[in-house]
Design a protein around this ligand. Sequence first.
Ligand SMILES: [Fe+2]
Length: 201
Amino acid sequence: MWSYDKRLQYPVKIKNPNAALAKLIITQYGGPDGEIGASLRYLSQRYSMPYEEVKAILNDIGTEELAHFEMVGAIVHQLTKNLTMEEIKNQGFSDYFVDHTIGVYPVAASGVPFSAAALASKGDAITDIHEDMAAEQKARTTYDNILRFADDPDVRDPIKFLRQREVVHYQRFGEALRIITDNLDSRNFYAFNPEFDNRKR
Ligand SMILES: [Fe+2]
């Protein structure tokens, strides 16, 4: 179970509305490499993870990603809550607005709604942790791209925090991979499975 702290993991205090930027940043709310996908990926993968230490890493990071999902939602909300109809029209927000008004909805920047098809829970320790390391780099790249469009320091500051956490998560999944491989035959971590492979080692 979880308990809830009524605060953000890192403060979000944005003064100036910016609909165009909100439409890009929302991709980390509901896009293919976004925070809700990350959270669901790790919290789902932990059930079949055979090593307790790695299960705990998935639990910790999956929980933190939920807090990041909340931060991204707060950023999008603060960027859009005080928009005038004029700004909505001029900043390219009309298509989002007609579907959701200023409700925060899990969608990619390209307009595709969130889909669990963007994540995997494969039930194999090596496979899942490799997916997770790639996922963290994809999220980091997306934050890099967002920073290329964001001038406002009120926005850049929490986005940089989120970006940095992706780097930390990548490192922690690297440690998780090490724990897994330390438990396997060091001559052939990735391919040999006596159930399916009759090669001589
Ligand atoms: Fe992450």
